[in-house]
Ligand binder design. Sequence first.
Ligand code: COI
Length: 355
Amino acid sequence: MQEIRYELTKTPKKKPAPGDSLPFGTIFTDHMFVMDYTEGTGWHDPRIVPYAPLQLDPAAMVLHYAQESFEGMKAYRTPDGSIQLFRPEKNAARFQSTHERMCMPVVPEQDFVEAIKALVKVEKDWVPTLPGESLYIRPFCIATEAHLGVKPSETYQFIIICCPVAAYYKTGLNPVKIYVEDKYVRATPGGTGYIKCGGNYAASLISQETAEKLGYSQTLWLDGVERKYVEEVGSMNCFFKIDGTVYTAPTVGTVLPGITRMSCIELLKKWGYTVSVDRLPIADVMKAGKAGKLEEVFGTGTAAVISPVGELRYEGEVARINGGKTGALTQKLYDTLTGIQWGKLPDDMGWTTKV
Ligand code: COI
């Protein structure tokens, strides 16, 4: 990558004070990273500039055909005041796999990580200091060519923005209630379910609205072919502990390969749990619920961290999990993962990188 050009703001915003509310994704820092791509030239002009609206041609291809990608990651303040990232190279690799599927030019892994570190260094005073809070980082890329023919764009912008955040769900670490979608589908084999593109999320909103109307926070998606097997929740991967075994859906093209998901599987295996990365019928989940064998359910994600699920609703039937309380394994995963991320526990997995 060329040398990053810095143009810092002369009018920094007032930063939230410790204890101020930080609703997810609503407060943005002073700067953003931007880099352009032009066919024939490649990536060029990396810069950190004041956070501001973008100038886009109304015919920019992203606005019409949704050629775009995004990632989600966080910077954490450690007890000694330093700042660290969690497995940023995994986000870089997933960003590349999204770009390959969306016919977009890949950002080299080293440039992706360097750009994140450079922006977080500039925004270091925005990284919150209170437990459970962090600086959410949103890298994304958009097709900018003004062209209404359907084809890959010849120009792009890779942009990174940041926002200080607390818990993703309003309920904090209290269990969320999940609605199992039985009408719409999120992903089918050969589609885009395994990548992070905005279209996956736009198409899920209708289900989220239904869930919310019924008093549920999110949707659990079933597979798109048989509508029989559990796949993932709106913004999280999902785990089920049934009779001692921990199940999670395989990432076979329709499920997002979450970095928190991957880390939980590694921790669970290290702790000696049987982890079944296999298709799990929703009927078996509900049956286990009725038999009192559905011990724990939790979601995993960068934004959501580890989110206990206290209730599932499928075709009008309700399964309550662990009396609606956070289970012991969910709590242990939360404590271990966040302990490593916030530098409160030794990182014996080698997962963190200092900024
Ligand atoms: C993340 O967990 O970082 C995500 O990208 C999920 C998002 C839709 C909030």
